[in-house]
Ligand binder design. Structure first.
Ligand code: NAD
Length: 353
């Protein structure tokens, strides 16, 4: 039965396909841009340079210093580069870290962003940026942060190693999983969530088996887009809060942490969200949603234990305390001991219960 709901369609133009990078110049022009600063990580600098060539007279310069967690001092340097080359828009080419830098610049200056994602993180679909200063990560939500235009080009994702595709893909699935039981859940977002999970759960094993499977890479990117829309349109809960805490406190890798925690956070919420459990199970083709997600991660060869990505055992209690310190909405009330058990199982890499 469909009840009352609110759905806010976020204003973002999407160009999807193969070879769509060739539209970058026209899309910058469409935004009224005359001088574009290209943003990348150091690892993707060469890709940024060839994008610059494709932009021709619209290319103002390259800043290749994007890094994880959007440190404020990196944004300061990018802003100086933006001013020095008199850029009037940014083109972010890369994963969530690069997208984050473009968003931080937009937050400060209101500049337009063309975003070209090369992972499945989904940040390009959200009006949110998490920035770090003095070891503290703060999240800002502002309409100016949402990129105006996004180009998804499957060709750019072919270089994403299968192992990164696996964890980045499950990171995307996590957005859709929590969207299905969000406080402000709605039938439209849920439709995208289920389809996003289905697309990724089908594509990721195919990518693991054959890294250059274009059909699977296309389906995965399509799924990642849908999951990104979920993240941008409804609120998240326990899983995202836990990953934020674990990542920030112990400096754990973003996508791998999501991959490890997701089955356990979902198992914790399971008794409170039977409909979401049924939809997720249907989307991944498993008898049980949380066990199915654990098995998917295992099948993809992803790490299953937080201890294997750098979390100290002493962190289990600390993380449990932090998880219940700042109260937030979750479909099942936060119980410190049960959350500690959940983290302990994720730490050891045991299956969810
Ligand atoms: P990332 O952007 O840090 O990328 C990881 C590495 O992979 C980088 O070295 C990058 O250059 C490289 N890479 C990216 N695409 C590649 C490709 N196609 N081929 C080869 N190498 C490639 O990782 P991520 O997981 O995409 O992003 C994580 C960051 O994004 C975190 O800081 C997280 O907080 C943020 N994030 C924010 C939101 C939001 O809504 N604000 C949403 C999701 C993630």
């Amino acid at each position: 039965m469909i009840g009352s709901f609110t759905f806010e369609n976020l204003p973002c133009r999407v160009v999807f396909g193969s070879g769509t990078l060739a539209h970058a110049k026209a899309e910058v022009e469409r935004l009224g841009g005359k001088r574009a600063l290209v943003l990348t990580t150091p690892q993707q600098e060469a890709q940024g340079k060839s994008l610059g060539t494709a932009l021709g007279p619209l290319y103002a310069g390259l800043f290749s210093g994007a890094t994880m967690h959007t440190p404020v001092d990196v944004t300061d340097r990018a802003l100086a580069a933006m001013k020095a080359c008199e850029a009037d828009c940014v083109v972010s080419l890369g994963g969530g870290s690069t997208t984050g830098l473009g968003k931080a610049l937009a937050l400060r200056t209101g500049i337009n962003q063309l975003c070209i994602p090369t992972t499945y993180a989904g940040s390009e679909m959200t009006p949110i940026v998490g920035q770090t200063e003095n070891g503290l990560k703060t999240t800002v939500r502002d309409a100016a942060i949402l990129p105006e235009t996004v180009i998804y080009d499957v060709d750019l994702t072919l270089t994403l190693p299968a192992s990164l595709a696996a964890t980045s893909g499950i990171n995307a699935i996590a957005h859709a999983v929590e969207a299905l039981y969000a406080r402000d859940t709605n039938p439209v977002t849920s439709l995208m969530a289920e389809e996003g999970i289905r697309a990724l759960a089908r594509a990721l094993p195919a990518i693991a088996a054959k890294s250059d499977d274009r059909e699977a890479r296309t389906e995965a990117l399509y799924g990642a887009w849908l999951c990104g829309v979920c993240l941008g349109t409804v609120g998240m809960a326990l899983h995202h809060k836990l990953c934020h805490t674990l990542g920030g406190t112990f400096d754990l890798p973003h996508a791998e942490t999501h991959t490890i925690v997701l089955p356990h956070a979902l198992a914790y919420n399971a008794p409170a969200v039977p409909d979401a459990m049924a939809r997720i199970a249907r989307a991944i083709g498993a008898a049980d949603a949380s066990r199915g997600l654990y098995d998917l991660a295992k099948q993809l060869g992803a790490k299953l234990a937080l201890r294997d990505v750098g979390m100290p055992e002493s962190g289990i209690d600390k993380a449990a305390d932090l998880a219940v310190t700042n109260a937030y909405w979750n479909p099942r009330p936060l119980e410190r001991n049960a959350i500690r058990d959940l983290i302990a199982r994720a730490f050891a890499g045991e299956p969810p219960v």
